[in-house]
Design a protein around this ligand. Structure first.
Ligand code: AMP
Ligand code: GLY
Length: 418
């Protein structure tokens, strides 16, 4: 088979690495890919970006299966465009991708189908939003309705902070339209879990749970990033949490997908918050998580291509998804300054490692690989215990280098539920 993977992050490197292991696969085109997919077995980078370019390429090369990494492509309807041409593609159609593309849509969906989530209100007028703030307790969570490159959620500690955030979103319009409408939401204190899952619209099969570490600094301090490291399984996802997730979140979501007649064959990623008063759904993502994918796929026993094909054929109910009974940890090496502006173009060296190095923000320049993003790379390791996986990933990180590499030192560390 000829595959096409859309995207250029660590997630896409991990997907490319995993699908390349399938005996069904002859070549994996990565559009545009990165410095990691450039050297990955069976993979070839191709510099195309728009839906039209990707569609032309898929037709011309007779691509057998396209896998979409980022939400942005899904939200603009790449799946609809490929399907209209009879091409096989894995991901939700544009209508279903609103579960991630619009926070108000997804919160209304959760409410309609009884998915347990934080209380919220939606506003399109700044005056009414500020009026509502006056009735709120703090901290409070303000979310831009549309996609905002992972920066559209702000936790405000006071009225003044929240008012300022609303002005930036709704008046200054820092997200070019995406923040004109906002969701104001109850703050939930707890620990988060990511549950990537696969659906064919008839069933949803959850993968192994994982845990991202979103804040830039140790101890979960400082601004949010795309994710500074992850572990799988998530140590907080005990049987009780998973049962609540299944009974009160997954099942209701599936009913909603069916009743709304969504064209949804792809990944559905549940971002949940485990608190002392129960487990809540924070958000849906309609694609795989990054860095979560980098710890979940190395533990997956299935041939990922076979699994995706089963979903596309509507046969997930006959399929079992299994994971190694081990632990995985990945630690991100980020550019100095990230998530604020950072330098790029710095040479990356990768020495001998025991696990795997996935490239997130690194590109080929001449003969070398240089930094090109905030999150540059991750070292991923497996262990019999969580601690063993953590120790190995950190040991491997000592063997990769670029100037100013920053990383968190506490990935995988377990703290008490607040
Ligand atoms: P979202 O895109 O909705 O997942 O929000 C991004 C991040 O903001 C989440 O992963 C949480 O860390 C945080 N967050 C979102 N909603 C809430 C909430 N209601 N309470 C506390 N933290 C939240
Ligand atoms: N790591 C969180 C996300 O991919 O949205």
């Amino acid at each position: 088979m000829k595959l096409l993977i859309i995207g250029n992050g660590g997630r896409e490197h991990a997907i490319a690495w995993k699908v390349a292991q399938s005996p069904l696969v002859e070549i994996v085109y990565c559009a545009p890919g990165n410095g990691g997919t450039h050297v990955e077995d069976k993979c070839k980078n191709i510099k195309i970006y728009t839906t039209d370019e990707l569609l032309d390429f898929a037709k011309k090369e007779e691509i057998d299966l396209t896998i979409v990494g980022p939400e942005a492509n899904l939200v603009v309807g790449i799946v609809d465009a490929f399907k209209a041409e009879g091409l096989k593609i894995f991901g939700p159609a544009k209508g279903a991708a609103r579960l991630e593309g619009s926070k108000s849509y997804s919160k209304d969906f959760m409410k309609k189908y009884g998915v347990r989530t934080a209380a919220y209100e939606v506003f399109e007028e700044i005056e009414t939003a500020i009026g509502y703030l006056k009735t709120c307790e703090f901290p409070i969570v303000i979310k831009a309705d549309g996609l905002a490159a992972g920066k559209g959620v702000v936790i405000s500690q006071s009225f003044a902070e929240a008012e300022n955030t609303l002005k930036e979103f709704m008046v200054v319009d820092i997200f070019q339209g995406s923040g004109k409408k906002v969701v104001i939401e109850e703050f939930l204190d707890g620990v988060e879990a990511s549950i990537l899952s696969i659906t064919d619209g008839k069933v949803i099969i959850p993968f192994l749970s994982s845990k991202d570490h979103k804040c830039i600094f140790d101890g979960d301090l400082g601004p949010n990033t795309g994710g500074m490291g992850a572990v799988a399984p998530n140590p907080y996802c005990n049987e009780e949490v998973l049962k609540v997730f299944n009974d009160e979140i997954l099942t209701a979501t599936l009913r909603g997908i069916q009743e709304e007649n969504m064209d949804y064959c792809g990944i559905i990623f549940f971002g949940i918050m485990i608190t002392k008063k129960g487990t809540y759904l924070l958000e849906y993502n309609v694609r795989m998580g990054d860095p979560e994918t980098q710890v979940v796929l190395p533990l997956m026993e299935n041939d990922f291509v076979e699994l995706i094909l089963a979903a596309i054929d509507g046969k997930l109910s006959e399929t079992k998804v299994t994971f190694k009974a081990r632990n995985a940890c990945c630690v991100v090496g980020a550019s100095m300054g990230y998530p604020a502006p950072y330098p790029t173009g710095l040479p990356i060296t990768i020495g001998e490692v025991s696990g795997k190095v996935f490239i997130a923000g690194g590109e080929i320049k001449g003969e070398e690989i240089v930094t090109s993003g905030g999150r540059v790379l991750t070292t991923v390791a497996l262990g019999e215990t969580l601690q063993e996986a953590i120790d190995k990933a950190y040991k491997d990180l000592k063997h990769v280098h670029f100037e100013g590499m920053y990383f968190r030192k506490d990935i995988g560390k377990i703290k008490e539920l607040p």
